[in-house]
Structure formats: structure tokens, C-alpha cells
Ligand binder design. Sequence first.
Ligand code: PLP
Length: 288
Amino acid sequence: KVKAGLAQMLKGGVIMDVVTAEQAVIAEKAGACAVMALEKIPADMRKSGQVCRMSDPKMIKEIMEAVSIPVMAKVRIGHFVEAQILEELEVDYIDESEVLTPADWSKHIRKDEFKVPFVCGAKDLGEALRRINEGAAMIRTKGEAGTGDISEAVKHISKIRGQIEEFQPLLKDVAGLKAKAEELRIPIDLLKTTLENGKLPVVNFAAGGVATPADAALLMQLGCEGIFVGSGIFKSSNPEKVARSIVEATTHFNNSAKLLEVSTDLGDTMGGVAIESIKGSRLAEIGV
Ligand code: PLP
């Protein structure tokens, strides 16, 4: 319950990737509800071709000391010892992230064994509910991190919401509901509650490829409850302005006059890399 509380507080907000304390301060001033402390933003990890691990606790700590908003940090999928270390550091949230190199290709962290809350990525309803069943307190789309291409994040939120609708008739078919829960490898009660409520039982953010205020508002209009922005801010020519505009667009996602205002004269937004050009090295396809 306490874990769900922080996610509720972040709802409607923007969580920004930062690699230095100075960037964290810019993010906080721009209205970020939290920051994600990491050594390299996904756009640069993508280029590096190296193994990507948890960041040095020293840099995470510097960021924790520089801001008053919650600080998140990433661990590799299945790397429960990196998570133990970040819990000891007292970060506010852990992202068990496919952006880093997975430590375990078949098992995720048993997140219910930790006090610190976790966020995990998902591409569809089954994946989201498996992560929630393991103890995730927040779900985000996987998107395609580091590209500035929004299409994968759109695909993932549409799939999750579409499957909830598609499976709702099973509420009148106990055998069918049981079979679906088995197929998705989750407890039947978790599936039932989700279908009854018409939404995931935890907060569902967008992530992966958000680069402009319009991208953020698009995902909010599609039903996301908040936004993670990685490379989009500090790969743009005017990070302060882009950061503020993305926060405004996330808050006023249904107000087209406001969206026009905050989309105007932003300077160069992230160049990006179109998904079609990177076939074969998609982060979101890791561990399908
Ligand atoms: N994402 C990644 C990066 C993985 O390594 C795995 C491993 O199986 C998964 C997702 C899928 O896990 P699950 O099938 O439980 O959703």
C-alpha cells in the first residue's frame, strides 16, 4: 500500500533521465515529478555496444543530494543484488530495465521481497500483469528507448488497453478466464480485478521514444498516466525549454491551445533514429 502511494503521487507527472547533478537540478526546476539517475542516457548506451549495468552509487548519491524530488535508478533485469545495493542506498524507486543488459534472461526480480518500490516495462497485458504479480508498483511501456521514435510506445499502450477490452467478455466465462490466466501465467484473481476495473491495478506510465511535448500528450490521450523522458531532453538544443514544455503538455494533454503554445519555437529537438533503420537491434525485443 505504501508503495502504491508514491506511484499515485507521481501520477500525471514527468520523470526525466539525468546523468549529472546539474541536469537533475534543471529537471527539478522544469517541474519533473522525479528523476532517473543514470550514467548514460539510452541514446548513448545504444551507440556504445557495451554491457550496461547499474550506475555507480556515488553518482546516484550526488543526484539524490542535489534535488528534493524522488530519485529513481535502474538495475539489470533479474539482477536482485544490484537492487539490494540500491535499496541500501535508499533510492526512492528502482527501474528493472531492459535498457540495461539483462542479467537473467528468464527470471525477473522478485520485487515483493523488497521494501523499495519498482517500475518495470511491458509490451502487452500479460507482461504487465506478470511484473505486477512479481511486485512491481508501477508499469511503463517499453517503447524503443534512445530513438526518439514514439511508435513502439504507442503500440504497447494500445495493446495493453486493447487486450483489457478484448478479454472483458471472459468475466462471464469462468473456464475461459481460468484458461486465459494460465496462458498469461498469472493468478486468475489478478486478471479478474484488472478486467473488472478496466485498467491495470497499478499506475501505467509511457516510456521509450518520447521527444516532444506532442509525443507526451499523444501518450496521455491514449491512456497513459504519466511520462518518462530519456534522451529527448538533454539531446535537444534547449533542454530547459523542452523539459518545461513536456511537463506542460503532460499536464494539459487535452488542451490544444496550450499544446500549440508549448510546441512552438523549441529549437532543435532530438535528431533521433527511426525504428525502421535499426531492425535487428531493438531493445524492446530483448526477451520476447
Ligand atoms: N523482457 C526482458 C528484457 C526479458 O529478458 C524477459 C525474459 O524472459 C522478458 C521481458 C519476458 O519476461 P516475461 O515473459 O515474464 O514477460
